[in-house]
Design a protein around this ligand. Structure first.
Ligand code: FEO
Length: 404
């Protein structure tokens, strides 16, 4: 693999030795429409240090890239910033192959590695803000618990002013462009937002604390090297700035209407709700779960002020795709949203009430009782849907201060 897969130098002492996964389309429920990369990094001081590894099926690709720089058994140290298997799937194999002198991880990372791969994995633990000299180069470790797992940490390399930020500031984006400045801005922003919405949203408050801490520490950073997607060597503040914006979840005049319909009645109601929103000056995004993926819906929620959800009733329940959608949203814990529920039914009509309850459980404040319609909505019932949209729009005007 030495010739086909080569390392790419990203700074004076660091090579990217990761892998490109062009075709992954599902990341535990998150649709990764543009694939991803698993970024591992090789650092050359007096000795070699390997930062993170790749998902197991890509082991040989990573080893090929390492071999293009150095014989792998010359790697003296390894660092595991995050124990999730997209970064550690190859770790036990690499440990056996190259038998490094030491493996470093956070305290929780060391435990997690044993639980994943067996008690034979002995990582030396590093504390928050601890600096360790490896191969003559200083590495400073900062714990970033719950970003993305309890074990997570980042590693800072002062010699190269480089931060290995593991999942943070990354995105699922396959490509041979190794640097963000080689990728179109709209792609970076879209995929960065999708990653944040689908992976990091539940930890938004922790992200705001981390950003404040980074500002306090004022580490000089010229290179931001995440574990997914491109490396940043220009405009280093772009992703932290976007993270601050996304984590704040400031409501806007945008409402996401998500629905699932059996015979187009709920669909018609959704369309009427959108008309009311427009009348109140709000932007409506109407998403049918027949054609839109849950990942796209939550990405739209990232800069929205309202979630309006509708489903027909099937066998005394909301439709399965709506149950999936609301369960996914509940887990992501969005903040600062208002909402409401609607739906058509034949005889029992539980679905809108169930949606209303799920909105409450998710911390989304319903602005009114659900609108329920038996069979097919008539003009009067569609007007109720339109009024509901207008009510949400007017509430958004009050909340966002756009009413004056
Ligand atoms: Fe990319 Fe949380 O692993």
């Amino acid at each position: 693999m030495k010739e086909a897969f080569r390392a790419q130098k990203i700074s004076e002492n660091v090579w990217w030795v990761g892998a490109v996964d062009w075709n992954i389309r599902d990341f535990h429920g998150y649709r990764t429409g543009r694939g991803t990369t698993y970024n591992a990094y090789l650092v050359k001081g007096e000795e070699y240090v390997l930062i993170d590894t790749v998902k197991h099926p890509f082991l040989s690709q990573m080893m090929g890239r390492i071999e293009s720089v150095v014989e792998p058994d010359r790697i003296r140290y390894m660092v595991s910033n995050h124990s999730e298997m997209d970064h550690t799937g190859s770790l036990p194999h690499v440990l056996k192959m190259i038998q490094p002198e030491k493996l470093f991880a956070s305290k929780m990372g060391a435990k997690a590695l044993k639980k994943h791969f067996g008690s034979w994995i002995n990582a030396q633990t590093v504390k928050d803000t601890e600096t360790v000299k490896l191969g003559g180069l200083d590495f400073t470790f900062l714990e970033t618990r719950m970003l993305h797992w309890p074990d997570s940490m980042v590693s800072y390399l002062p010699s190269d002013r480089l931060l290995f930020s593991q999942d943070g500031f990354g995105m699922h984006l396959a490509g041979n462009e190794r640097f963000a400045d080689q990728v179109a801005d709209d792609v970076l922003r879209t995929e960065g937002a999708r990653y944040f919405a689908n992976i990091l949203l539940p930890y938004a408050d922790l992200i705001l604390k981390l950003l404040a801490r980074m500002e306090e520490l004022a580490l000089p950073i010229d290179i931001l090297a995440p574990d997914h997607g491109p490396v940043w060597r220009k405009d280093i503040g772009t992703m932290p700035g976007l993270y601050a914006q996304w984590a704040a979840q400031k409501p806007t005049m945008k409402a996401v209407i998500v629905y699932d319909s059996m015979w187009h009645s709920t669909e018609l109601m959704a369309a009427a709700v959108s008309e009311g929103l427009a009348e109140a000056g709000a932007k409506a995004i109407v998403m049918s779960l027949e054609s839109c993926h849950r990942s796209d819906v939550v990405t739209h929620l990232l800069d929205a002020g309202a979630l309006i959800a509708g489903s027909s009733t099937l066998n005394n329940n909301m439709l399965p795709r709506m149950a999936d959608m609301l369960t996914y949203i509940r887990g992501l814990k969005p903040k600062n949203l208002i909402g409401c529920a609607f739906g058509s039914y034949g005889w029992s009509g539980e679905s809108p009430k169930q949606i209303h309850s799920m909105l409450l459980e998710t911390g989304i404040e319903p602005v009114q009782d659900p609108v329920r319609v038996q069979y097919v909505p008539d003009d009067e019932e569609l007007l109720k849907c339109r009024d509901m949209g207008a009510l949400v729009g007017n509430r958004l005007r009050e909340i966002t201060g756009k009413g004056e």
